[in-house]
Structures are given as C-alpha cells and as structure tokens.
Design a protein around this ligand. Structure first.
Ligand code: NDP
Length: 616
C-alpha cells in the first residue's frame, strides 16, 4: 500500500512540506488517532450488519405520502421508451428525449408523484447540500429562481412537479406503479415491461433511473422487531405521529421520549427539529459527521436575472472543474465544497512547488484535510458547552470518508437541556428491546425510535434496490449477471441486455452533484437513442469484451483507492471491506472523473461507430 507512514521532517525534505512546528499540529499524531478511530469501528460483518426493509419489515418501506390510491385499468401497448423512475433522472430523460424528437415514452414510478429522493425524504429540515443553482434541474427551461442558495426539500419537490408540468409529463406517467419485471424478447427486439397494476408495455428501449440511495436499510439489531413504541425510517417520515411539517414544529412530540439512531447527512438535518420539539431527545451516535457552516443566503433576483443563457450548465461545469482540481477563471459557486479543493491548490502555490512527487502531494493533501478537520473540530468546542459532549461530537476521519455536511443548527441542539447524546464509542447500538434501546448494557426507554440509518448501496444488490427483475437475452437475470458486482460498458449498458440503460452511479463518472451526472447522462442517452432511430436500428448492445475492458478500467487502483482503504467504515468504502476497487459507493467509477467521463462519451458519440457495441 502506498500510504505515507510519516511526515518528512524539514531536514529530510527541505521546505516542500510544512513541519509540525509550522503547522501547529503533528500530522503523525492525527494520523494515528484517525487509524485508531477507524480500527475500533471495523467489523467482520461489513455491509451484512444491515438488514433490508423486506418481509415483516416492509412497513419501513411503505409510502406514507399517498393519501389516495389511484384506481385505473391496466395499460397495454407499444412505446419507444419506458423510463423507470420519476426522480431527477427520469425527468431529465423525458425532457431530453422530447428535445431529441422522441415523444412516445412513459415514465413508470412507484411513488405518487415526481421528485424521487425529494418525494420520499420529507423529514423536517431536509435540504440539499449542493448549491440550488446547479442542483435544481432545468432552471433555465422552466424559468424558475430558487429562493435560496441551498434549497429545502419542499421547494425541490415542488420544482420536480414544475418540471413535470412544464414538459407535460403527468399524462404520460404511471404513478403508484411498480415495475415488477422487464423481459427482453430477442425475436422482435422489444422489452416486455410488466407492472404490479397489470400493465403490459412493449418498449424498444428501457431506461432505469431508480435512484442510487432509495431503499431504506436498518441496522441488524437484535430485538428490533420487539419494540412496542412507534418507529419509522427518516425517508418515510410519519407526520401523523410527530405533527408538524418539513418546516418543523413537530408539536405532537412535546411529551414524548424520542430516540434517533444515525448521525449522517440525514440525521444532522432532522435532529435540530426533534431537539426543538421533543419532550426528551436521545441521539444514539456511532460516528459523528463532520459539520461545516451552511451559510445559506437568499437569492438576489437582480443577480439571477442577469445570468446569460447557458449559465446553468456553465456553472455546473465550473463547479465540477473546481472539484477536479482543474483551472477555472473564477470559482462561481464558491462554497464549502469548492473550498475543500481550493485549499490544496493554495497550499501548493504557497510553497511554490510545481514539481512535487506523488508522495509529497499525498502528504500535502493530508495536511490540507487535517487543517480543515481541525477547524471543524474547533467549531464543535466553541459551540457545544458540555466538554464531554463536544469531544464525542468531533469527527476523526478525512473529508471524503463520509459525505461532508454543512449545518448551522445541529451542534447548538446539544446545548438544549432536553437533548442528550449517547455516544457508543464507535460500537453502535447494542440491541433494541420492547421499551427502548440498549447501549453498553444501559436501557434507554423511548416512546418513539427513528432510524436515520441510510439506504442500501451494495453494488451487488442493484435489482433488489430497484425492486425489479430485469431478464435479458437467453433468460439471464441482471441480478445474476451482476452477482459479483456491476458489469457495464461505459457504466450505462450491459452485455446480454440490449437497449437497456442505467442512469446514476453505475460505473460512470463520479461528481458530488447528482444533477450534473443525470443531466449529462440524459443528454448522452437522448442523443444516442435519436441516432439509433435515425439509422433505423433495432437494437444496440455492448460486446462481452467491451464490458470486460470497462470493468478492468473502473476497477483498477486509482487516486482514491488508498484513501478509502484508510477511511473509517461507511458506505463509501463498503463498510471498510471493499474486496475490489469497484466495491463501495465511491469506487468503481471512470478513473479520470466526472467531467472527463462525459467528454469521453461525447467523443464516442461523435465518432459514430458505436465502438464496443454490436448494432442490428
Ligand atoms: P448514512 O448511511 O450516511 O448514515 C447512516 C447513519 O446511521 C450513520 O451515522 C451510521 O453510523 C448510523 N448507524 C448505522 N448503524 C448504526 C448502529 N447500529 N448504531 C448506531 N448508529 C448506526 O445515511 P443518511 O441517510 O444520513 O445519508 C445517506 C446519503 O444521502 C448521504 O450520504 C447523502 O449522499 C444523501 N443525503 C444528501 C443530503 C443532501 O444534503 N444532499 C441530505 C441527506 C442525505 P456510522 O457512520 O458509524 O456508519
């Protein structure tokens, strides 16, 4: 492993790397602390520690937002494209298909409306941590101005509905409908798409945009089924029980003892609202999040109106370039995300070194991370009054080990007299009982237990996450084809599954802004499908060789391999158990990053020869 074991001292490396004295902290000590914290969280069962919301736990998965079940007759017929999922991916896809002259499509969506993750995640405080001007899709097309730099969930959900209306997608969508199976018929090159409403659609193309983080998961805790109080997952928030709305004011919790498990990106957003409302709130923590300032601001209408046509894509490219360390004239977004990347450049410029070795670069990168982490930990000390609680709320891992978070209300919540942090010293909750939760032998009695424990992400369980069966040529199931991990060509298609396209983090190009990814994927797919139509092709399919080559490319060790291997466990690194370089959410992507990935796809399209594919 290419991990630096120690920081070179001044006399060893001249002035290229700042010394501990110059830094005011000892990187070796910090690294040892990070390793200690990681090691005590590593567990043999890895991703298997979680359980699915299946069987008798399916109620954690039910849709609490549907007020009226749609009654309709089953639909049959021929369409050009079936789009699975009405989240941002499905919306983008529908918009771009129309622009490419393909109108005969249907969106099939399990939920009761558009919005995807923003349909489901209506927990109080839900907010996007990426700037709204680059995160909300199709702003120029719809003429919408986000209210703030960082939008809250209801505004984003409403915007998804706006996009649906703008492109007249409601009449072409089947809501409250789950695709149960898609089966390829090689004789006439069509997919048969069947749903739980008895629909049978024949589609030339199927596009699966079922979401990367959509299926709630629970910790596999003993006694979980015994709990007699009220319980739900954050992505299925129960306002009937808590009262209030996504804006807060959870008035029915005033006399309740509420417990919440999970302090990730979701937990830190809803905990401030629970703290305000609950009679008593106990936060069960296994690993603290790193929490930087949010600094939200209202949108200046004059500034917004002055943006030139094409600004949204330019801004998104600018953000992505920043995150890849590429030159930009100006940091347009200029926030906590771009700051993470600017700091490394600043430090390198500051030392005047343009000829750093790889090892020196790694060391500098680590120092930059440590500086940021120190600043965030100092904020905990200056915000949280009880020193023991403050100490427990400090994170000890590098920024990309878990999703960095930004929130101004979370830390002060722990100064409230009704809020208590139960830190589990990295071990997690021990078990659940009929009355509450046990940590370290102590039972905490609760009226309500909320799981902010995230979503299924294992690469091997894609069809389970999407809750559908995809059966390709010769009856091969995608779940079997991907039993040992995803196998794709360009992250979008698989051998044996003609005319079937996947959107999202399926061995594509990573960027923290999902919208950037979905926008670019939809543009690519729409252009490709229009070309397929223009050429009168019936089917396209990657060759086995192209798929194998792609797998080798995305599985090769890359800049993040060692970084993630040294991280505290989480879904980014397959809970610390990545068996190959394509395991874990942040691995198995195009090695040159998101921006370059879409440039590569554009070049591939422009060549017009469908390299790596068979066509007929
Ligand atoms: P995560 O998977 O990130 O967090 C799950 C939490 O549950 C972690 O704190 C985890 O601890 C904890 N946990 C799991 N098992 C136990 C246990 N046995 N005992 C105690 N604690 C336990 O899920 P989230 O829903 O928070 O976030 C998922 C993703 O959703 C984010 O990473 C982000 O990509 C997205 N998101 C984005 C937002 C945005 O602003 N755009 C907002 C919210 C979510 P541990 O860390 O130790 O594993």
């Amino acid at each position: 492993m290419n991990k630096p074991e120690s920081i070179p001292q001044r006399e060893q490396s001249t002035s290229r790397i700042p010394s501990a004295d110059e830094l005011g902290f000892d990187p070796n000590e910090l690294r040892a602390k990070y390793n200690f914290e990681r090691d005590r969280r590593l567990r043999a069962d890895g991703e298997a520690q979680y359980q699915d919301t299946d069987g008798d736990l399916y109620h954690y998965n039910d849709d609490p937002h549907i007020t009226e079940r749609i009654v309709r007759e089953p639909i049959t017929g021929e369409i050009e494209v079936a789009i699975l999922g009405g989240g941002f991916g499905g919306l983008y896809m529908a918009a771009r298909l129309q622009e490419a002259g393909i109108d005969n499509f249907r969106i099939i969506e399990r939920a009761g409306d558009f919005g995807g993750t923003w349909y489901w995640n209506r927990y109080p405080g839900a907010q996007c941590d990426v700037e709204s001007y680059i995160y909300l899709p199709l702003l120029e097309e719809t003429g919408y101005m986000p209210k703030e730099k960082y939008s809250f969930g209801p505004e984003i959900f409403e915007h998804a509905q706006r996009v649906g209306r703008h492109y007249d997608l409601y009449p072409r969508s089947l809501f409250q409908t789950r695709v149960s199976e898609m089966r390829w018929d090689d004789d006439d090159s069509r997919w048969t798409v069947t749903t739980d409403r008895g629909d049978v659609l024949r589609a030339q193309h199927v596009i699966v945009s079922s979401g990367s983080l959509n299926r709630p998961k629970l910790p596999g805790l003993p006694g979980l089924r015994d709990f007699k109080g009220h319980t739900f997952h954050t992505s299925r928030w129960d306002y009937d029980y808590t009262g209030g709305s996504p804006a807060g004011d959870l008035d029915k919790l005033a006399n309740k003892r509420v417990g919440i498990i999970g302090t990730g990106a979701t937990g830190i957003q809803c905990i401030p609202h629970l703290g305000k409302a609950a009679g008593e709130l106990i936060v069960f923590q296994r690993t603290p999040s790193s929490i930087d300032l949010r600094r939200n601001t209202p949108t200046d209408p004059e500034w917004y109106a002055a943006q030139r046509p094409g600004w949204q894509i330019d801004r998104n490219d600018n953000f992505t370039r920043m995150l890849m360390g590429l030159d930009v004239e100006e940091d347009l977004v200029n926030d906590g995300w771009t700051e993470i990347f600017k700091s490394l450049g600043d430090l390198m410029d500051g030392t005047g070194n343009s000829d750093l070795t790889d090892e020196e670069l790694q060391l500098l990168g680590e120092i930059v991370d440590f500086k940021r982490d120190n600043r965030i930990r100092a904020r905990v000390d200056s915000t949280v009054t009880d020193p023991q609680t403050a100490e427990a709320l400090k994170h000890w891992y590098r920024p990309w080990c878990k999703r960095p978070t930004f929130n101004d209300e979370y830390l002060p919540t722990f100064n409230r007299p009704n809020v208590r942090l139960v830190d589990t010293a990295g071990k997690g909750v021990e078990r659940v009982t009929g009355k509450g939760v046990v940590v370290d032998g102590v039972e905490y009695e609760l009226d309500c237990l909320i799981f902010a424990t995230g979503f299924e992400v294992s690469r091997a369980t894609y069809t389970h996450q999407a809750d559908l069966e995809i059966i390709g040529r010769d009856g091969v199931r995608l779940g079997d084809h991907w039993a040992n991990g995803m196998r794709t060509y360009q992250g979008l298609m698989s051998h044996g599954f003609p005319n079937c396209y996947h959107m999202g983090f399926t061995q594509t190009g990573y960027t923290p802004n999902f919208t950037y990814m979905l926008e670019n994927q939809s543009r690519h797919l729409a252009a490709m499908l229009a070309d397929v139509k223009a050429r009168g092709l019936q089917a396209i399919e990657p060759t086995a060789q192209a798929e194998a080559d792609w797998l080798a490319l995305v599985s090769a060790p890359n800049a993040m391999t060692d970084y993630l291997a040294n991280c505290t466990p989480g879904y980014y690194n397959a809970e610390g158990q990545a068996k190959s370089n394509s395991d874990g959410f942040l691995q198995g992507h195009y090695p040159d990053g998101g921006l370059r990935f879409y440039e590569m796809l554009a070049e591939w399209r422009a060549s017009g020869d469908y390299a790596g594919m068979t066509t007929r």
